[in-house]
Design a protein around this ligand. Sequence first.
Ligand code: PMP
Length: 396
Amino acid sequence: MSNVLQQFLEENLEALREQGLYNEIDPVEGANGPVIQVRGKSLINLSSNNYLGLATNEHLKQIAQRTIEQYGVGAGAVRTINGTLDLHVKLEETLAKFKGTEAAISYQSGFNCNMAAISAVIDKHDAILSDQLNHASIIDGCRLSKAKIIAYNHSDMDDLRAKAKEAKASGLYKKIMIITDGVFSMDGDLAKLPEIVDIAKEFDCITYVDDAHGSGVTGKGAGTVKHFGLQQDIDFQIGTLSKAIGVVGGYVAGKKNLIDWLKVRSRPFLFSTALPPGDVAAITRAVEMLMESTALHDQLWENGDYLKKGLQQLGFNIGHSETPITPCIIGDEKLTQTFSKRLFEEGVYAKSIVFPTVPKGTGRVRNMPIATHTKGMLDDALAIYEKVGRELGVIG
Ligand code: PMP
Protein backbone atom coordinates (compact mmCIF):
# COMPACT_ATOMS: atom_id res chain seq x y z
CA MET A 1 0.00 0.00 0.00
CA SER A 2 1.29 3.50 -0.78
CA ASN A 3 2.48 5.52 2.22
CA VAL A 4 0.03 8.28 1.56
CA LEU A 5 -2.94 5.89 1.55
CA GLN A 6 -1.65 4.05 4.60
CA GLN A 7 -1.40 7.34 6.51
CA PHE A 8 -4.82 8.52 5.34
CA LEU A 9 -6.53 5.30 6.45
CA GLU A 10 -4.74 5.06 9.81
CA GLU A 11 -5.48 8.66 10.76
CA ASN A 12 -9.09 8.65 9.70
CA LEU A 13 -10.04 5.23 11.02
CA GLU A 14 -8.43 6.10 14.34
CA ALA A 15 -10.32 9.41 14.49
CA LEU A 16 -13.65 7.70 13.83
CA ARG A 17 -12.95 5.05 16.48
CA GLU A 18 -11.99 7.69 19.03
CA GLN A 19 -15.21 9.62 18.39
CA GLY A 20 -17.25 6.42 18.71
CA LEU A 21 -18.39 6.86 15.10
CA TYR A 22 -16.90 3.70 13.61
CA ASN A 23 -19.82 1.44 12.84
CA GLU A 24 -19.12 -2.22 13.58
CA ILE A 25 -21.36 -4.17 11.22
CA ASP A 26 -23.22 -7.21 12.59
CA PRO A 27 -23.33 -10.22 10.25
CA VAL A 28 -26.79 -11.84 10.26
CA GLU A 29 -26.33 -15.61 10.45
CA GLY A 30 -29.04 -16.97 8.14
CA ALA A 31 -32.14 -15.53 6.51
CA ASN A 32 -33.25 -11.95 7.15
CA GLY A 33 -36.70 -12.65 8.57
CA PRO A 34 -38.85 -11.44 11.48
CA VAL A 35 -36.38 -13.17 13.82
CA ILE A 36 -32.65 -13.23 13.08
CA GLN A 37 -29.50 -14.74 14.53
CA VAL A 38 -26.58 -12.43 15.32
CA ARG A 39 -23.47 -13.82 17.05
CA GLY A 40 -25.47 -16.94 17.92
CA LYS A 41 -28.22 -14.91 19.57
CA SER A 42 -31.84 -15.04 18.43
CA LEU A 43 -33.35 -11.54 18.09
CA ILE A 44 -36.71 -10.05 17.12
CA ASN A 45 -35.72 -8.12 14.02
CA LEU A 46 -37.06 -4.56 13.95
CA SER A 47 -34.38 -3.23 11.61
CA SER A 48 -35.08 -4.51 8.12
CA ASN A 49 -36.82 -2.88 5.17
CA ASN A 50 -38.30 -6.25 4.28
CA TYR A 51 -41.74 -4.73 4.98
CA LEU A 52 -43.87 -7.52 3.56
CA GLY A 53 -41.60 -10.40 4.54
CA LEU A 54 -41.07 -11.23 0.85
CA ALA A 55 -37.28 -11.61 1.20
CA THR A 56 -37.87 -15.10 2.57
CA ASN A 57 -41.17 -15.93 0.82
CA GLU A 58 -41.27 -19.64 -0.15
CA HIS A 59 -43.11 -19.10 -3.44
CA LEU A 60 -40.61 -16.44 -4.57
CA LYS A 61 -37.67 -18.63 -3.56
CA GLN A 62 -39.02 -21.44 -5.76
CA ILE A 63 -39.53 -19.08 -8.70
CA ALA A 64 -35.96 -17.79 -8.37
CA GLN A 65 -34.62 -21.34 -8.21
CA ARG A 66 -36.58 -22.50 -11.26
CA THR A 67 -35.53 -19.45 -13.25
CA ILE A 68 -31.87 -19.98 -12.39
CA GLU A 69 -32.17 -23.54 -13.73
CA GLN A 70 -33.53 -22.18 -17.01
CA TYR A 71 -31.56 -18.91 -17.45
CA GLY A 72 -28.45 -19.29 -15.29
CA VAL A 73 -27.28 -16.98 -12.54
CA GLY A 74 -26.25 -13.87 -14.49
CA ALA A 75 -27.72 -11.62 -17.20
CA GLY A 76 -24.49 -11.81 -19.20
CA ALA A 77 -24.04 -8.18 -20.25
CA VAL A 78 -25.31 -4.65 -19.94
CA ARG A 79 -28.86 -4.26 -21.21
CA THR A 80 -28.06 -2.55 -24.53
CA ILE A 81 -25.41 -5.04 -25.61
CA ASN A 82 -26.81 -8.47 -24.86
CA GLY A 83 -28.24 -8.32 -21.35
CA THR A 84 -31.92 -7.59 -21.93
CA LEU A 85 -33.76 -10.83 -21.25
CA ASP A 86 -37.44 -11.35 -21.99
CA LEU A 87 -37.69 -11.45 -18.18
CA HIS A 88 -36.54 -7.80 -17.95
CA VAL A 89 -39.16 -6.74 -20.48
CA LYS A 90 -41.90 -8.55 -18.54
CA LEU A 91 -40.70 -6.99 -15.28
CA GLU A 92 -40.87 -3.48 -16.72
CA GLU A 93 -44.35 -4.03 -18.17
CA THR A 94 -45.48 -5.32 -14.78
CA LEU A 95 -43.92 -2.36 -12.95
CA ALA A 96 -45.66 0.13 -15.27
CA LYS A 97 -49.00 -1.57 -14.55
CA PHE A 98 -48.25 -1.54 -10.81
CA LYS A 99 -47.44 2.18 -10.80
CA GLY A 100 -50.17 3.23 -13.25
CA THR A 101 -47.73 4.72 -15.78
CA GLU A 102 -47.09 4.23 -19.51
CA ALA A 103 -43.70 2.58 -19.00
CA ALA A 104 -40.93 1.70 -16.55
CA ILE A 105 -37.20 0.93 -16.57
CA SER A 106 -35.36 -1.21 -14.05
CA TYR A 107 -31.90 -0.62 -12.57
CA GLN A 108 -29.55 -2.67 -10.45
CA SER A 109 -30.44 -0.79 -7.27
CA GLY A 110 -32.50 2.07 -5.93
CA PHE A 111 -29.27 3.98 -5.38
CA ASN A 112 -28.42 3.49 -9.05
CA CYS A 113 -31.80 4.91 -10.12
CA ASN A 114 -30.84 8.22 -8.59
CA MET A 115 -27.38 8.06 -10.17
CA ALA A 116 -29.11 7.37 -13.49
CA ALA A 117 -32.27 9.37 -13.79
CA ILE A 118 -31.45 12.83 -12.45
CA SER A 119 -28.36 13.49 -14.55
CA ALA A 120 -30.04 12.02 -17.64
CA VAL A 121 -32.32 15.07 -17.83
CA ILE A 122 -30.72 17.73 -15.62
CA ASP A 123 -27.38 19.50 -16.21
CA LYS A 124 -25.35 22.54 -15.22
CA HIS A 125 -27.85 24.92 -16.85
CA ASP A 126 -30.62 23.72 -14.51
CA ALA A 127 -31.64 23.94 -10.84
CA ILE A 128 -32.92 21.33 -8.42
CA LEU A 129 -35.14 22.14 -5.43
CA SER A 130 -34.38 19.35 -2.97
CA ASP A 131 -36.00 18.58 0.39
CA GLN A 132 -33.41 19.07 3.13
CA LEU A 133 -33.99 15.53 4.44
CA ASN A 134 -33.73 13.71 1.11
CA HIS A 135 -31.89 10.38 1.06
CA ALA A 136 -28.12 10.29 0.42
CA SER A 137 -28.59 8.72 -3.02
CA ILE A 138 -30.82 11.62 -4.10
CA ILE A 139 -28.22 14.07 -2.85
CA ASP A 140 -25.45 12.27 -4.75
CA GLY A 141 -27.61 12.01 -7.89
CA CYS A 142 -28.24 15.76 -7.73
CA ARG A 143 -24.52 16.47 -7.34
CA LEU A 144 -23.73 14.28 -10.35
CA SER A 145 -25.97 16.45 -12.53
CA LYS A 146 -23.87 19.58 -11.79
CA ALA A 147 -27.08 21.61 -11.51
CA LYS A 148 -27.53 24.36 -8.92
CA ILE A 149 -28.91 22.57 -5.85
CA ILE A 150 -31.31 24.59 -3.73
CA ALA A 151 -32.34 22.81 -0.52
CA TYR A 152 -35.71 23.69 0.98
CA ASN A 153 -36.67 23.17 4.63
CA HIS A 154 -38.13 19.74 5.26
CA SER A 155 -41.70 19.56 3.90
CA ASP A 156 -41.99 23.36 4.25
CA MET A 157 -44.23 24.27 1.33
CA ASP A 158 -43.93 28.04 1.91
CA ASP A 159 -40.16 27.72 1.65
CA LEU A 160 -40.42 25.54 -1.47
CA ARG A 161 -42.84 27.99 -3.14
CA ALA A 162 -40.61 30.98 -2.35
CA LYS A 163 -37.52 29.20 -3.68
CA ALA A 164 -39.30 27.93 -6.82
CA LYS A 165 -40.57 31.47 -7.48
CA GLU A 166 -37.12 32.96 -7.03
CA ALA A 167 -35.44 30.33 -9.21
CA LYS A 168 -38.00 30.85 -11.99
CA ALA A 169 -37.87 34.64 -11.78
CA SER A 170 -34.05 34.67 -11.89
CA GLY A 171 -34.12 33.43 -15.49
CA LEU A 172 -30.85 31.62 -14.73
CA TYR A 173 -32.08 28.08 -15.29
CA LYS A 174 -33.33 26.21 -18.35
CA LYS A 175 -35.15 23.59 -16.28
CA ILE A 176 -36.11 23.35 -12.61
CA MET A 177 -36.76 20.02 -10.87
CA ILE A 178 -38.44 19.46 -7.50
CA ILE A 179 -37.16 16.29 -5.88
CA THR A 180 -38.33 14.54 -2.74
CA ASP A 181 -38.52 11.25 -0.91
CA GLY A 182 -42.12 9.91 -0.96
CA VAL A 183 -41.75 8.54 2.58
CA PHE A 184 -39.00 9.96 4.79
CA SER A 185 -37.42 6.91 6.34
CA MET A 186 -36.13 8.41 9.58
CA ASP A 187 -39.54 9.70 10.74
CA GLY A 188 -41.99 7.81 8.52
CA ASP A 189 -43.72 11.01 7.34
CA LEU A 190 -45.07 11.48 3.81
CA ALA A 191 -44.01 14.19 1.38
CA LYS A 192 -46.76 16.78 0.77
CA LEU A 193 -47.18 15.72 -2.83
CA PRO A 194 -50.44 17.57 -3.65
CA GLU A 195 -48.85 20.90 -2.66
CA ILE A 196 -45.62 19.98 -4.47
CA VAL A 197 -47.60 19.28 -7.65
CA ASP A 198 -49.39 22.64 -7.35
CA ILE A 199 -46.09 24.49 -6.95
CA ALA A 200 -44.56 22.53 -9.84
CA LYS A 201 -47.49 23.49 -12.09
CA GLU A 202 -47.26 27.15 -11.08
CA PHE A 203 -43.54 27.42 -11.88
CA ASP A 204 -43.26 24.73 -14.60
CA CYS A 205 -41.03 22.40 -12.60
CA ILE A 206 -40.23 18.75 -13.27
CA THR A 207 -41.40 16.50 -10.40
CA TYR A 208 -39.32 13.58 -9.06
CA VAL A 209 -40.46 11.34 -6.19
CA ASP A 210 -38.20 8.63 -4.77
CA ASP A 211 -40.69 6.32 -3.12
CA ALA A 212 -38.22 3.71 -1.89
CA HIS A 213 -40.06 3.32 1.43
CA GLY A 214 -43.53 3.86 -0.06
CA SER A 215 -43.70 1.15 -2.72
CA GLY A 216 -45.53 -1.85 -1.28
CA VAL A 217 -46.42 0.17 1.81
CA THR A 218 -48.51 3.26 0.98
CA GLY A 219 -51.34 3.65 -1.59
CA LYS A 220 -52.56 0.10 -0.87
CA GLY A 221 -49.12 -1.05 -1.99
CA ALA A 222 -48.70 1.02 -5.15
CA GLY A 223 -46.91 3.84 -3.33
CA THR A 224 -47.24 7.41 -2.17
CA VAL A 225 -47.99 8.90 -5.59
CA LYS A 226 -50.98 6.54 -5.89
CA HIS A 227 -51.92 7.30 -2.26
CA PHE A 228 -52.49 10.91 -3.33
CA GLY A 229 -53.93 9.92 -6.78
CA LEU A 230 -51.18 11.84 -8.59
CA GLN A 231 -49.97 9.23 -11.12
CA GLN A 232 -50.60 11.65 -13.99
CA ASP A 233 -48.86 14.58 -12.29
CA ILE A 234 -45.51 13.23 -11.10
CA ASP A 235 -42.92 12.95 -13.88
CA PHE A 236 -40.53 10.50 -12.21
CA GLN A 237 -41.70 7.78 -9.83
CA ILE A 238 -38.68 6.00 -8.38
CA GLY A 239 -38.97 2.81 -6.37
CA THR A 240 -36.73 0.14 -4.95
CA LEU A 241 -37.14 -3.58 -5.40
CA SER A 242 -35.01 -4.25 -2.33
CA LYS A 243 -37.37 -3.19 0.45
CA ALA A 244 -41.07 -4.17 0.36
CA ILE A 245 -40.52 -6.18 -2.83
CA GLY A 246 -37.87 -8.13 -0.94
CA VAL A 247 -35.21 -8.72 -3.61
CA VAL A 248 -32.83 -6.13 -5.11
CA GLY A 249 -32.96 -3.37 -7.72
CA GLY A 250 -34.79 -0.18 -8.49
CA TYR A 251 -36.97 1.37 -11.16
CA VAL A 252 -38.22 4.56 -12.70
CA ALA A 253 -41.86 4.68 -13.84
CA GLY A 254 -43.25 7.45 -16.01
CA LYS A 255 -44.29 8.47 -19.53
CA LYS A 256 -43.03 6.31 -22.40
CA ASN A 257 -40.87 9.04 -23.91
CA LEU A 258 -39.15 9.59 -20.54
CA ILE A 259 -38.36 5.87 -20.25
CA ASP A 260 -37.19 5.77 -23.90
CA TRP A 261 -34.79 8.62 -23.07
CA LEU A 262 -33.46 6.87 -19.96
CA LYS A 263 -32.78 3.75 -22.05
CA VAL A 264 -30.42 5.73 -24.28
CA ARG A 265 -29.01 8.30 -21.88
CA SER A 266 -28.87 6.94 -18.31
CA ARG A 267 -25.38 5.70 -17.59
CA PRO A 268 -25.99 2.86 -15.09
CA PHE A 269 -28.41 1.34 -17.64
CA LEU A 270 -25.86 1.71 -20.44
CA PHE A 271 -22.71 0.72 -18.58
CA SER A 272 -23.60 -1.71 -15.79
CA THR A 273 -24.75 -5.32 -16.09
CA ALA A 274 -28.48 -5.97 -15.77
CA LEU A 275 -30.25 -7.55 -12.80
CA PRO A 276 -29.78 -11.35 -12.69
CA PRO A 277 -32.61 -13.54 -14.05
CA GLY A 278 -33.54 -15.35 -10.81
CA ASP A 279 -33.98 -12.01 -9.08
CA VAL A 280 -35.96 -10.54 -11.98
CA ALA A 281 -38.41 -13.44 -12.01
CA ALA A 282 -38.89 -13.26 -8.23
CA ILE A 283 -39.40 -9.48 -8.37
CA THR A 284 -41.97 -9.75 -11.17
CA ARG A 285 -43.97 -12.34 -9.25
CA ALA A 286 -43.73 -10.26 -6.06
CA VAL A 287 -45.16 -7.22 -7.86
CA GLU A 288 -47.95 -9.37 -9.33
CA MET A 289 -48.73 -10.66 -5.83
CA LEU A 290 -49.09 -7.08 -4.57
CA MET A 291 -51.51 -6.31 -7.40
CA GLU A 292 -53.55 -9.48 -6.71
CA SER A 293 -53.99 -9.07 -2.96
CA THR A 294 -53.49 -6.49 -0.21
CA ALA A 295 -53.26 -9.17 2.52
CA LEU A 296 -49.54 -8.67 3.25
CA HIS A 297 -49.90 -4.90 3.05
CA ASP A 298 -52.85 -4.99 5.47
CA GLN A 299 -50.91 -7.21 7.89
CA LEU A 300 -47.95 -4.81 7.76
CA TRP A 301 -50.17 -1.86 8.73
CA GLU A 302 -51.89 -3.88 11.45
CA ASN A 303 -48.50 -4.77 12.93
CA GLY A 304 -47.27 -1.18 12.60
CA ASP A 305 -50.35 0.15 14.40
CA TYR A 306 -50.01 -2.48 17.11
CA LEU A 307 -46.36 -1.64 17.83
CA LYS A 308 -47.01 2.11 17.74
CA LYS A 309 -49.93 1.88 20.14
CA GLY A 310 -47.94 -0.36 22.49
CA LEU A 311 -44.92 1.94 22.60
CA GLN A 312 -47.10 5.01 23.05
CA GLN A 313 -48.99 3.38 25.93
CA LEU A 314 -45.65 2.66 27.59
CA GLY A 315 -44.87 6.39 27.39
CA PHE A 316 -42.33 6.47 24.53
CA ASN A 317 -42.15 9.38 22.09
CA ILE A 318 -42.83 7.85 18.66
CA GLY A 319 -42.83 11.11 16.69
CA HIS A 320 -45.34 11.68 13.89
CA SER A 321 -44.94 8.73 11.54
CA GLU A 322 -47.65 8.21 8.91
CA THR A 323 -46.36 4.74 7.95
CA PRO A 324 -45.37 1.55 9.79
CA ILE A 325 -41.87 3.04 10.35
CA THR A 326 -41.85 3.64 14.11
CA PRO A 327 -39.09 5.82 15.54
CA CYS A 328 -38.67 5.77 19.28
CA ILE A 329 -37.13 9.17 19.95
CA ILE A 330 -34.74 9.13 22.89
CA GLY A 331 -32.88 12.42 22.27
CA ASP A 332 -29.35 12.20 23.68
CA GLU A 333 -27.00 10.37 21.30
CA LYS A 334 -25.12 8.33 23.91
CA LEU A 335 -28.33 7.29 25.69
CA THR A 336 -29.81 6.27 22.33
CA GLN A 337 -26.83 4.04 21.59
CA THR A 338 -26.95 2.50 25.07
CA PHE A 339 -30.68 1.93 24.65
CA SER A 340 -30.19 0.04 21.38
CA LYS A 341 -27.35 -2.01 22.92
CA ARG A 342 -29.53 -3.00 25.87
CA LEU A 343 -32.38 -3.96 23.51
CA PHE A 344 -29.91 -6.24 21.73
CA GLU A 345 -28.83 -7.86 25.00
CA GLU A 346 -32.48 -8.48 25.88
CA GLY A 347 -33.38 -9.89 22.42
CA VAL A 348 -34.53 -7.04 20.15
CA TYR A 349 -32.57 -5.91 17.12
CA ALA A 350 -33.42 -2.22 16.59
CA LYS A 351 -30.69 0.15 15.46
CA SER A 352 -29.87 3.53 16.93
CA ILE A 353 -29.89 6.43 14.50
CA VAL A 354 -28.07 9.55 15.61
CA PHE A 355 -26.53 12.77 14.27
CA PRO A 356 -25.55 13.36 11.44
CA THR A 357 -28.25 11.02 10.01
CA VAL A 358 -30.86 12.89 12.10
CA PRO A 359 -30.58 16.36 13.75
CA LYS A 360 -28.56 16.65 16.99
CA GLY A 361 -30.56 15.84 20.12
CA THR A 362 -33.10 13.70 18.23
CA GLY A 363 -31.32 10.34 18.50
CA ARG A 364 -33.75 7.50 18.05
CA VAL A 365 -34.11 3.78 17.87
CA ARG A 366 -35.95 3.06 14.65
CA ASN A 367 -38.37 0.15 14.47
CA MET A 368 -39.49 -1.42 11.24
CA PRO A 369 -42.27 -3.91 11.95
CA ILE A 370 -42.95 -6.25 9.03
CA ALA A 371 -45.96 -8.27 7.87
CA THR A 372 -44.52 -11.58 9.09
CA HIS A 373 -44.00 -10.54 12.72
CA THR A 374 -46.49 -12.39 14.91
CA LYS A 375 -48.37 -10.63 17.70
CA GLY A 376 -46.33 -12.77 20.10
CA MET A 377 -43.07 -11.38 18.71
CA LEU A 378 -44.36 -7.81 18.97
CA ASP A 379 -45.56 -8.41 22.55
CA ASP A 380 -42.13 -9.77 23.46
CA ALA A 381 -40.48 -6.73 21.87
CA LEU A 382 -42.80 -4.38 23.81
CA ALA A 383 -41.99 -6.13 27.10
CA ILE A 384 -38.27 -5.68 26.40
CA TYR A 385 -38.82 -2.02 25.49
CA GLU A 386 -40.63 -1.52 28.79
CA LYS A 387 -37.84 -3.17 30.79
CA VAL A 388 -35.02 -1.22 29.09
CA GLY A 389 -37.04 2.02 29.05
CA ARG A 390 -37.55 1.91 32.84
CA GLU A 391 -34.00 0.80 33.53
CA LEU A 392 -32.53 3.75 31.55
CA GLY A 393 -35.11 6.27 32.78
CA VAL A 394 -36.55 6.91 29.32
CA ILE A 395 -40.04 6.13 30.59
CA GLY A 396 -41.39 6.55 34.11
N1 PMP B 1 -33.70 5.96 -2.13
C1 PMP B 1 -34.17 6.02 -0.88
C2 PMP B 1 -35.12 7.11 -0.51
C3 PMP B 1 -33.77 5.05 0.06
O1 PMP B 1 -34.25 5.08 1.31
C4 PMP B 1 -32.89 4.03 -0.34
C5 PMP B 1 -32.42 2.92 0.59
N2 PMP B 1 -32.17 3.25 1.88
C6 PMP B 1 -32.42 4.04 -1.65
C7 PMP B 1 -32.86 5.00 -2.52
C8 PMP B 1 -31.46 2.99 -2.12
O2 PMP B 1 -32.14 1.84 -2.47
P1 PMP B 1 -31.38 0.47 -2.69
O3 PMP B 1 -31.08 -0.08 -1.35
O4 PMP B 1 -32.33 -0.36 -3.47
O5 PMP B 1 -30.15 0.79 -3.46
